[in-house]
Design a protein around this ligand. Structure first.
Ligand code: AMP
Length: 329
C-alpha cells in the first residue's frame, strides 16, 4: 500500500514563486508515488482578518492554480479544509495537548507578534499550529513536503502525536517532513534577508506572483538586489541575492550550482539575471496558460466536492479513533 503525502497552502492571496518552488513543485513531482492529498487551507486564511469576497476568490483561484502547477485530480485528492469538519474538531483536541511555551516558541508567531503589541495579537496567530497538527494527523500522513518556514510545525506535529499516543494509546501515524535541499526558502528579491511572501510591504517588487504579468516578472528579476562581488557563486551568507537567483534557476531547470557557476564564470550579473528572467517567464507563461484553461467554477467545484467526500472518509475514521482513545465515545 502506498504511503500518504499531504500538503496545503493558504488561499490568502495569489500564490508566489516561493509557494511553487518550496512546496507545490515537490508535491507534484512525487504525487504518483504516494496516496496524495493537497488541500486549500482556508481555515488558516481566516486566522487574521481577510475580506470574505477576497477569500472566496482566492480559494477558486488557488485550486485552478494547483491544477495549472501540475496537481493531477485523477491521482491526487484535492479538497478545501473547511469542507471536512474533522479538521476543526481535531484541531481543538490537539490544542489541549499543547503547552503555551511550545506555541510561544514557534518562529512564525515570534516574528509576527513581535511587530505588534501583545494586546493586539490575534489568538489565531498563536494557535494555528495546532490546527496544522490536525491537518496532518487526520490523513495518517507519512510525508509532508513544505518550505523551510513550516518545518517547525511538522516537528510540533510529531511531538504532539507522540505525546497523545503515549497518554492515550497508539492513535496517530508519525509524519516526516520533506524539505527539499534546493528552493526551500525563496527570498524576497529586494530584500534577500527575508522570505518571499504573499504580502510584500505594499509594492510587491520583491515577490513574483505566479499570475504576474510576464514583462513585470522579468523586470522584478532584472532589478533583484545583488552584491558587488560580480561573481555568480553560491554563497548564501555573503551573496544571498545571487544565491537566491541561483536557487530559482536550479530548482526550475535542475541544473546544478556547479554547472551554473561554470557557465557564468566570466560573465556579468546582467547576463545571468537575463537567463533567470527568461526561465521564470517561460515557467509563468506555461502555468498561466493552464490556469486560464482550468479556471472554471463548475469544474473546480466538482473537483472539490469529490475531494471532500474522499478526504472525509479518512478524516472521520481518524477522529473516531482519537475520540475513542480519549474516552469520548
Ligand atoms: P503559505 O503561503 O504560508 O500558506 O505556504 C504554503 C507553502 O509554501 C508552505 O509549504 C511554505 O513552506 C511554502 N512557502 C511559502 N513561501 C515560501 C518561500 N518563500 N520559499 C519556499 N517555500 C515557501
Amino acid at each position: 500500500m502506498k504511503k500518504t503525502m499531504l500538503t496545503g497552502v493558504r488561499p490568502s492571496g495569489n500564490l508566489t514563486l516561493g509557494n511553487y518552488l518550496g512546496a507545490i513543485k515537490n508535491f507534484v513531482d512525487k504525487q504518483e508515488q504516494f496516496n496524495s492529498y493537497i488541500f486549500l487551507a482556508d481555515l488558516h486564511a481566516i486566522t487574521s482578518y481577510i475580506e470574505p469576497q477576497k477569500l472566496k476568490t482566492a480559494v477558486q483561484n488557488s485550486i485552478a492554480m494547483y491544477l495549472a502547477c501540475g496537481v493531477n485530480p485523477e491521482v491526487t485528492t484535492i479538497f478545501k479544509q473547511s469542507d471536512v469538519l474533522e479538521h476543526g474538531t481535531l484541531g481543538f483536541i490537539m490544542t489541549f495537548q499543547t503547552k503555551m511555551g511550545e506555541l510561544s516558541r514557534m518562529t512564525q508567531f515570534k516574528s509576527k507578534s513581535s511587530q505588534q503589541s501583545k494586546e493586539g495579537v490575534d489568538t489565531g496567530l498563536f494557535v494555528y499550529p495546532t490546527l496544522m497538527v490536525a491537518d496532518i494527523l487526520l490523513y495518517n500522513t507519512a510525508i509532508v513536503p513544505v518550505g523551510k518556514d513550516q518545518q517547525q510545525h511538522v516537528e510540533l506535529t510529531r511531538d504532539l502525536a507522540e505525546r497523545f499516543n503515549k497518554r492515550y494509546g497508539d492513535t496517530f501515524e508519525m509524519p516526516d517532513v520533506y524539505v527539499a535541499p534546493i528552493g526551500n526558502k525563496i527570498l524576497n528579491l529586494q530584500n534577500p534577508l527575508e522570505k518571499m511572501n504573499k504580502s510584500d510591504n505594499g509594492d510587491n517588487k520583491g515577490t513574483i506572483f505566479l499570475l504576474d504579468d510576464i514583462a513585470l516578472a522579468k523586470k522584478k528579476i532584472m532589478s533583484a538586489q545583488t552584491d558587488s562581488f560580480n561573481k555568480v557563486h553560491f554563497d548564501e551568507e555573503n551573496q544571498p541575492g545571487i544565491s537566491n537567483l541561483m536557487s530559482i534557476l536550479s530548482k526550475i531547470t535542475d541544473e546544478t550550482f556547479e554547472s551554473i557557476e561554470k557557465r557564468f564564470e566570466n560573465k556579468g550579473y546582467g547576463e545571468f539575471k537575463k537567463e533567470v528572467a527568461e526561465v521564470v517567464a517561460n515557467l509563468l507563461t506555461d502555468i498561466q496558460t493552464k490556469y486560464h484553461k482550468y479556471n472554471n467554477e463548475e469544474v473546480l467545484n466538482e473537483i472539490l466536492k469529490k475531494g471532500a467526500e474522499k478526504a472525509s472518509i479518512v478524516a472521520r475514521e481518524t477522529l473516531q479513533r482519537a475520540t475513542k482513545a480519549l474516552g469520548l465515545n
